[in-house]
Each structure stands twice: as structure tokens, then as C-alpha cells.
Design a protein around this ligand. Structure first.
Ligand code: ADP
Ligand code: MG
Length: 241
């Protein structure tokens, strides 16, 4: 059982305050959706949780099972069990996915002997061509292939808490369903906790959020159940921002 706890989190880019006090708790097995207009700070929140350079934390805390994440470099946050699927996965020429996974598992003290078989099984689960795993990370992959690639890594690494920054952006309907179902399965099989940033109910139909938050201008302005996503789909953000 793991708990990602965010309390009073404030963060800036340069001298512009973007996150203005975020309180959020995600536990194992729970799916929390974050919805909100463009520029609300959704990607900033994911970046600050993972420790992406360029952001200044002005106040508040981020802990995983009581341990201060903000004090750790990004790779150690990942080793502790935080995993980010980026909105725009980075292309890394010359580095292959299987090599990345060997290093990542080794950093977690996990055995890599069976990795090839695990990668193959994970690829099949999401209809990802296993051949693409031997290519340079995300280089020359389509939008859908990149997100399948990211989802495969999530499946192999078995993080405690996954942050999905618009998993649905750049995906066709089939890829969206394959990736979202894999993440949803992990919430049962591995008790994965999920923080899913999205604009679209289509993703949430697969991911089945327990809680939906609306983020606007750096603050969570409304929290509700999955019906809140349907309200947004119907009426837009106007009533909440
Ligand atoms: P969202 O993901 O909700 O659309 P973002 O977190 O990407 O919003 O951005 C929130 C605000 O912060 C925007 O006004 C954006 O321009 C600004 N911002 C985010 N990252 C940077 C950055 N690296 N440099 C300058 N401004 C940034
Ligand atoms: Mg964003």
C-alpha cells in the first residue's frame, strides 16, 4: 500500500507562480483524474512531482509513503515508485528501450534475466510490435507507438504511482484503448495508483476514475466523482473557472 501525498504545493517557472497551493492524495489502487483548461498548470504539476528541472518549488510538500520526494533527484523518485508518462515522449537517439529497462530494473535491485520475455508479453498485451522495442527510444515512432512504448515501460517497471500527462494526446482510438486498459489492469494486478491528466472522457471511460479534480489557474477548484467528468464534457469549464 502506497500513498502519494501533495500538500500546499506551490511552484513557479521563473518568477511566475503557476501552482498556487495543491492538495492531493493518491493511494494504491485509486485512479484520480485531473482535468482543466489549457495553461491551468497540469503539466507543471506532473513536472514538479517528478523533479523536472526549470521549476522552483515555493512551498508545500510531496511525499511518497512519508518520504520527501522533493529532496530527491528524479531518478531516485522513479526508483521509489513514481512513474511519469509524458505528454510528448522524448526521443533519445542511440538509446534502446530494452537497454533503458535493464538499467531501470537494475537501479531497483530487480532481476533482469527474464526481461526479454516480459517485454514480449507486455508488447503483446498492448498490440505493440516487439520489433520496435529494439529501436532507439521513441525515434521515428508514430504518436500512438510512442505512447504504447511508454505504456510498455510502465508495465515492465511496475511503479507504485503513475502520473499520465495526457496519455490520450496523439493517440488513435485503438491505441488509446490498448494503453488505457493496460493501465487500468495495473490498478488491479499491481495495485497501481494513478493520477491521470486528461481533457477527454474517452480515456476515463477506460480508466474509471474514483475521483475527478478540476485544476484551474494553479488550484484545484472542484473535486467530485466520475460524474464530474461528464458534466465537464457537457458544459465545459465555464462554471468552474
Ligand atoms: P497545462 O498542462 O494545464 O496546459 P502547463 O502546466 O503546461 O499547463 O502550463 C501552465 C502555465 O505555465 C502556462 O501559462 C505556461 O505557459 C507556463 N509554463 C509552463 N512551463 C513553462 C516553462 N518551462 N517556461 C515558461 N512558462 C511555462
Ligand atoms: Mg499540459
Amino acid at each position: 500500500m502506497s500513498t502519494l501525498e501533495i500538500k500546499g504545493l506551490r511552484a513557479a517557472v521563473g518568477d511566475k507562480e503557476i501552482l498556487k497551493g495543491i492538495d492531493l492524495t493518491v493511494r494504491s489502487g485509486e485512479v484520480h483524474a485531473i482535468m482543466g483548461p489549457n495553461g491551468a498548470g497540469k503539466s507543471t504539476l506532473s513536472a514538479v512531482i517528478m523533479g523536472k528541472p526549470g521549476y522552483t518549488v515555493l512551498g508545500g510538500t510531496v511525499t511518497l509513503d512519508g518520504e520527501d520526494m522533493l529532496a530527491l533527484p528524479t531518478w531516485q523518485r522513479a526508483v521509489r515508485g513514481l512513474h511519469l508518462v509524458m505528454q510528448y515522449p522524448t526521443e533519445v537517439p542511440g538509446v534502446h528501450v530494452d537497454e533503458v529497462l535493464v538499467e531501470a530494473l537494475a537501479a531497483r535491485g530487480r532481476d533482469t534475466a527474464a526481461l526479454a520475455g516480459i517485454i514480449d508479453a507486455e508488447a503483446r498485451r498492448i498490440n505493440f510490435d516487439p520489433e520496435l522495442v529494439t529501436r532507439a527510444l521513441n525515434v521515428d515512432l508514430s504518436g500512438g507507438e510512442k505512447k504504447r512504448n511508454e505504456t510498455l515501460q510502465l508495465g515492465v517497471l511496475e511503479p507504485r504511482i503513475a502520473i499520465l500527462d495526457e496519455l490520450d494526446s496523439g493517440l488513435d482510438i485503438d491505441a488509446l484503448r490498448d494503453c488505457a486498459r493496460r493501465v487500468e489492469a495495473a490498478t488491479h494486478e499491481n495495485n497501481l495508483g494513478v493520477l491521470a491528466i486528461t481533457h477527454y472522457v474517452r480515456l476515463l471511460e477506460e480508466l474509471k476514475p474514483d475521483v475527478v479534480h478540476i485544476l484551474s489557474d494553479g488550484r484545484i477548484v472542484k473535486t467530485g466523482g466520475s460524474e464530474l467528468a461528464d458534466t465537464l464534457e457537457r458544459d465545459g469549464y465555464a462554471a468552474f473557472v
